[in-house]
Design a protein. Structure first.
Length: 94
């Protein structure tokens, strides 16, 4: 019984961090769109760190532009696999 409770607690933490990460990601994007422009950089640490609004039209570093549907599909498959593997892993504990 204790293993089941521990596994349930770990699952709750896992999903809480995942959802929290998505929320923080969306809030920072919202703040960036509201406060930054492509024309002007905001200096956070002069000479070291400047913030500027940039849109990435592709995957990492702009590779494969306009392939967004493929990346959405890959992300959904990855989420499904992670959830499925967590369920299989938790079933083997009990």
């Amino acid at each position: 019984m204790r293993d089941v409770d521990l596994n349930r607690k770990n699952t709750i933490w896992f999903y809480a961090f995942a959802i929290g990460g998505v929320i923080v990601d969306q809030i920072t994007k919202l703040l960036a769109r509201a406060n930054l422009t492509e024309d002007r950089a905001i200096s956070v640490i002069p000479g070291v760190l400047d913030l500027r609004l940039v849109y990435n039209r592709g995957a990492a570093f702009g590779v494969l532009p306009d392939w967004a549907p493929l990346f959405v599909l890959i992300g959904l498959v990855a989420i499904f696999a992670i959830v499925r593997l967590r369920r299989v892993g938790s079933a083997s504990l009990g």
